[in-house]
Design a protein around this ligand. Structure first.
Ligand code: CDP
Length: 234
């Protein structure tokens, strides 16, 4: 990983064309962000995948996560590659993609602890921002509207009833204590999960994916996002 902690060298214009979607676990972010990016014909970036890939690699190498120095040494030595390929973010650590392991019970249980590290988050910020340098993107996560692209005019905060979110995750067949993860993500000091004041709040509890995406497209239109002529839900 590059050791320098760069300030964003990004043009204001590029940052302001990033569509930011934040929200708690299983609020529907990934499905909706993917569909929205497809409707807009622009890349979809799942920032959570980066935290998951790092966590997967640390677990794989047997790095003790409670040792700050072992953790930092391992992260410094990682070759982290984040690239947009075929309109999707691909993440490799030391040349390998985590694949399904990114969502293993071990990664689910440890990822929020890894993501709470402000030192790590500072290193990742320029990597995330660089992804928008090639043009507009949709990026989902926890701090995209608040910390990664605070200058974006296109921010959404997606939420849903906690019971519905729990049910959605169970249906996906994943062992994942989303309540605990949400608590960790909301209560950490570094870039906690919170709604940016200028983010549009959408409660997806009783909405279909198409309805949420339609609502987002309407909002983007109102806020002046350059929509392609045929932007529709596919
Ligand atoms: O799929 P799900 O919404 O459950 O999680 P994810 O987006 O894959 O993110 C996994 C974890 O990474 C979150 O629980 C956060 O701890 C962390 N994360 C973060 O801190 N900041 C982001 N921008 C994205 C993810």
């Amino acid at each position: 990983m590059p050791s320098r902690c760069e300030q964003p060298g990004l043009e204001e214009a590029a940052q302001s064309l990033a569509v930011a979607i934040d929200g708690p676990s299983a609020s529907g972010k990934s499905t909706v962000a993917k569909a929205l990016a497809q409707a807009l014909g622009i890349p979809y970036c799942n920032s959570g995948l980066v935290y998951r890939a790092i966590t997967w690699s640390l677990i794989d190498k047997g790095v003790p996560l409670d040792s700050q120095s072992a953790f930092k040494t391992a992260v410094r030595q990682m070759n982290l590659e984040c690239r947009i390929e075929g309109n999707e973010l691909r993440v490799r650590v030391d040349g390998r993609e985590p694949g399904e392991e990114a969502r293993s019970p071990a990664v689910n249980a440890a990822v929020s602890r890894v993501a709470a590290c402000s030192w790590l988050r500072r290193r990742l910020l320029p990597i995330f921002r660089r992804l928008a340098e090639g043009g507009p993107i949709v990026m989902e996560g926890r701090d995209i509207g608040t910390a990664v692209f605070p200058n974006s005019r296109f921010k959404f905060y997606l939420d849903a009833d906690p019971r519905v979110r729990e049910q959605r995750r169970q249906k996906q067949g994943e062992a994942d204590s989303i309540g605990e993860r949400d608590w960790e993500d909301r209560s950490r000091a570094a870039a906690p999960l919170q709604r940016a004041p200028d983010a549009v709040l959408i409660d997806s509890t009783e909405m279909t994916v198409d309805e949420v995406v339609g609502r987002m497209l309407d909002e983007l239109r109102k806020r002046g996002f350059p929509l392609p002529k045929d932007s529709s839900i596919r």
